[in-house]
Design a protein around this ligand. Structure first.
Ligand code: NDP
Length: 329
């Protein structure tokens, strides 16, 4: 007998990342080849985007995905999030050139306030929310705070792309397959202040920091700048921002959240005060996942260098929240 379909809402569905993720999800890459799904796609209400989403749906129909029970286009989050089991919030305005982070937040906040309220009133009570749209940590905070009837544990931000980039960089440095690298993670804000931490990471069971020549120099001067600037580098080469890799990271994030993993993974989650990260701010943490729940990995030693890096993200996030708090009253 077929399983009950899972309802997946995706915002910004006709955008770059949306166009990449939808077809993979409809193909069963997220929930498996025996799980029927229903897609509820939200796009901006302007004519251009509403036309674009119709075109995307025509293509989806032409793929004749056996698992896809229904697909619909929406311009209102109340209908788009109705009974959603999973909500992937990608849609937001991209940062324009010369635009400050605070200006972008001011523009995007109303989107996430409205969507948080809609999730609060119509989504399934155990909806799993992944926010992708930037500035992603604070957008997640806004969404979560706008949905007071849902548990904070329902809300997560995507730092998985940074996590995956860190694995890719280490694998290439060590000339080993990506699957041999374990226990890498990223602390903090999805911004230049992020701190990709491989102090505990292993390759085929051996501590990586012990086998990299001049480890401290390479970490500070090559690895960390490469990870935090990878997005910019891709824009400068490809002309547009990462999309397929972002879509793939979003799938990894939700898949590991739902199905669990023995590896350590990075999720942007509301802080519970662990590692003295102020409560409720959305921070990249190392987690383990099991039975659709995540647990922060505790008792990792935070040395002076790491604390300094973590503090940068804390300060940045506190400032971002300060800048939007008045919009949420
Ligand atoms: P695109 O501009 O290609 O797509 C965004 C889409 O969202 C557009 O179709 C846009 O419509 C739509 N949109 C805007 N406002 C709303 C709204 N209120 N409701 C629904 N849809 C809306 O961007 P990308 O797909 O490339 O990127 C999306 C976001 O993901 C960006 O914020 C980007 O910075 C972020 N990102 C995050 C990463 C991460 O690691 N967390 C990695 C990569 C990207 P319209 O064109 O009409 O405005």
């Amino acid at each position: 007998m077929l399983k009950k379909p899972v309802r997946i809402s995706i915002t910004g569905a006709a955008g770059q990342i949306g166009y990449s993720i939808i077809f993979r999800i409809a193909n069963g890459d997220l929930l498996g080849k025996d799980q029927p799904i229903i897609l509820q796609l939200l796009e901006a209400s302007n004519k251009k985007s509403q036309k674009a989403i119709k075109g995307v749906i025509m293509e989806i129909e032409d793929c004749v995905f056996p698992l896809l029970m229904d697909v619909s286009a929406h311009k209102n989050p109340i209908t788009a999030f109705k009974d959603a089991n999973i909500a992937i919030l990608i849609g937001s305005l991209p940062r324009g050139s010369n635009m400050k982070r605070s200006e972008l937040l001011a523009i995007n906040s109303p989107i996430f306030i409205e969507q948080g309220k809609a999730l609060n009133s119509v989504a399934s009570r155990d909806v799993k929310v992944l926010v992708v749209g930037n500035p992603v940590n604070t957008n997640t905070y806004i969404t979560m705070k706008s949905a007071p009837d849902l548990s904070y544990k329902n809300f997560t931000a995507m730092l998985r792309l940074d996590h995956n980039r860190a694995i890719a960089k280490l694998a290439s440095k060590l000339n080993e397959p990506v699957s041999s690298i374990k226990k890498v993670f990223v602390w903090g804000n999805h911004s230049l202040s992020m701190y990709a931490d491989y102090r505990y990471a292993t390759v085929n069971g051996v501590l990586i920091k012990n086998i990299i020549n001049n480890n401290s120099y390479w970490n500070k001067n090559v690895f960390l700048p490469a990870i935090s600037r990878r997005g910019e580098e891709i824009i400068s080469i490809r002309g547009v921002s990462s999309a397929a890799s972002a879509a793939s990271a979003a799938i990894d994030h939700i898949k590991d959240w739902i199905f669990g993993t023995n590896n350590w993974v990075t999720m942007g989650i509301p802080s519970d005060g662990s590692y003295n990260i102020p409560k409720d701010i959305i921070f990249g943490f190392p987690v383990k996942t099991k039975n659709s729940k995540y647990k922060i990995i505790q008792d990792l030693k935070i040395d002076k260098f790491s604390q300094k890096k973590i503090n940068l993200s804390i300060e940045e996030l506190k400032n971002e929240i300060c800048g939007i708090n008045h919009l949420m009253r």
